[in-house]
Design a protein around this ligand. Structure first.
Ligand SMILES: NC(=O)c1ccc[n+]([C@@H]2O[C@H](COP(=O)([O-])OP(=O)(O)OC[C@H]3O[C@@H](n4cnc5c(N)ncnc54)[C@H](OP(=O)(O)O)[C@@H]3O)[C@@H](O)[C@H]2O)c1
Length: 245
């Protein structure tokens, strides 16, 4: 299929490299440039720009957006409208092109547009799936598992640096543990290890006290909230986490 990608950003530039190799001749169009005739127009612009960019396009081609949080009606008045959202982080081809083989990608839209999104996904090596319910929940799940997992490891690296480890080395020291723990999540909370799984409240209280003493108060607040949530999920609804308990 002849594809026109609108948006020379991180995802647009990456897909413009990958789609031709997947058998789809592709033109990449930037801001203010005319979109050439194509069978599929793939919008790789920021979510807030999707509706406006779609309205400016001539009706005819299949129009797809790549936004995880947006419904496909944002592409009205296009009749053949849909979405292709790879569940992956794309930092831009100059930094890294992620491995797409087997990477899940949410496809949505009218029958024809969804079929086109599915075909593009499959040809890129992605594993297409559909989200029947609220798309905002789908995207919140993606942010929890991706962006917030990233933020948590970054936060952990700050705590390790506060323990005297070289801040440059701290992320690399923690990432093997983070990777393995994320992999274990496929088995649910039954596979959790460590002081939370052991209900070792004394050790957890010591962590909270250390964060307080080392002036990492916002990290302490985050840590305590996550601890309470995790313990409640494990049936420990009122854990003794205060200093004097
Ligand atoms: N990057 C990812 O990891 C990722 C993953 C999955 C899905 N997505 C989705 O992909 C879409 C793009 O994200 P991104 O990360 O690639 O964003 P990005 O790096 O910020 O790039 C967006 C690009 O769109 C351009 N743009 C803005 N308004 C435009 C317009 N009216 N006409 C033409 N181009 C316009 C921007 O140009 P200017 O710089 O001139 O504003 C920029 O080059 C979003 O819907 C996002 O949710 C991204």
């Amino acid at each position: 299929m002849q594809v026109a990608i609108v948006g020379r950003g991180r995802l647009g530039r990456t897909l413009a490299q990958l789609l031709p190799a997947a058998g789809h001749p592709t033109v990449l169009v930037g801001r203010g440039e005319e979109v050439p005739p194509a069978e599929v127009v793939l919008l790789c612009v920021p979510d807030r720009a999707v509706a406006e960019v779609a309205r400016a396009l001539p009706v005819g081609p299949v129009v797809l957006h790549c936004a995880g949080a947006l419904d496909t009606d944002v592409l009205l008045p296009h009749e053949r409208r849909g979405s292709l959202h790879p569940l992956m982080s794309f930092p831009g081809p100059e930094i890294a092109i992620p491995e797409l083989q087997g990477t899940p990608a949410a496809v949505a839209g009218t029958d024809e547009a969804r079929a086109v999104a599915t075909r593009l996904a499959t040809d890129l090596g992605l594993a297409p799936f559909e989200v029947p319910g609220d798309r905002r929940l789908y995207h919140a799940a993606a942010v929890l598992a991706g962006n917030l997992a990233h933020v948590l490891v970054d936060e952990a690296a700050r705590v390790l640096a506060a323990a005297g480890v070289d801040p440059e080395q701290a992320p690399g020291i923690l990432i093997p543990l983070a990777r393995r723990s994320v992999d274990n999540a496929r088995f649910g909370l039954d596979a959790l290890t460590g002081p939370i799984a052991r209900r070792d409240h004394g050790t957890l209280r010591a962590h909270l006290a250390a964060l307080e003493e080392h002036d990492l108060r916002s990290t302490r607040t985050l840590y305590e909230a996550l601890l309470k949530h995790a313990l409640a999920r494990l049936g420990d609804a009122d854990p003794p986490l205060a200093h004097n308990e």
